[in-house]
Design a protein around this ligand. Structure first.
Ligand SMILES: [Zn+2]
Length: 161
C-alpha cells in the first residue's frame, strides 16, 4: 500500500542518531516520491505495482531528486512555520533522500513479491520474507518509538540548559 507511515519509524531512529546531519523531512518526502509509482499502478490496475522505482537504480535517482528538491522545500517550510533549525545542509538533505529511498526498497522488498531490487541485473527478490511482515512492522514501530523517546529526551534536556 502506498504511503505507509511504517517507513517513518527507522527514519525517526536515524534522526535521533544523525541529528542535524540527517534530514527527516527529506526522508519523509522520499517515501512519498517512491510510492507515486505504486499509487498510479493501483489507480490503473497494473499487475506490477513496485516496478523500476523500487530498485537500486530507481532508489538512487529518486534519492538524488528528493535531496535536490527537498532541501529548498524543507528550508522554506521550516522558515514559514518559524521552527528554529540548524542551518540546512546539502549533505543532510541527500542523506535523508538516499537513506530514505534505499531503506524504502529494503523494507518493501521484504513485504512485496513483485519487487526486483537488483533490476536490470536480476529479476529475483532474495529479501522477500527475510523476516515476517509482522516482525518487520514491529521493528519499524520499535525504531520509531526509540527515535521519539531520544528526540523528546534531547528536547527536554535542552530546555533545562
Ligand atoms: Zn513502496
Amino acid at each position: 500500500m502506498p504511503f505507509t507511515p511504517i517507513h517513518l519509524g527507522p527514519g525517526l531512529a536515524l534522526k535521533a542518531i544523525g541529528g542535524r546531519h540527517f534530514s527527516f523531512m527529506v526522508f519523509g518526502g522520499a517515501q512519498v516520491l517512491m510510492d507515486i509509482e505504486p499509487l498510479i499502478g493501483i489507480l490503473r490496475g497494473w499487475a506490477v505495482l513496485h516496478g523500476r522505482t523500487h530498485s537500486l537504480i530507481g532508489a538512487l535517482l529518486i534519492g538524488l531528486l528528493a535531496g535536490a528538491i527537498g532541501k529548498p522545500i524543507s528550508a522554506a517550510c521550516l522558515r514559514w512555520l518559524r521552527i528554529p533549525h540548524a542551518p540546512f545542509t546539502w549533505r543532510a538533505a541527500f542523506a535523508g533522500g538516499l537513506i530514505g529511498t534505499y531503506s524504502h526498497v529494503l523494507l518493501d522488498a521484504i513485504m512485496h513479491y513483485d519487487l526486483q531490487p537488483a533490476w536490470p541485473w536480476s529479476p529475483a527478490n532474495p529479501l522477500l520474507r527475510w523476516i515476517s511482515v509482522d516482525a518487520l512492522h514491529l521493528w519499524c514501530v520499535a525504531l520509531g518509538g526509540f527515535g521519539c523517546a531520544v528526540l523528546a529526551a534531547r528536547a527536554a534536556w535542552r530546555r533545562l540548559e
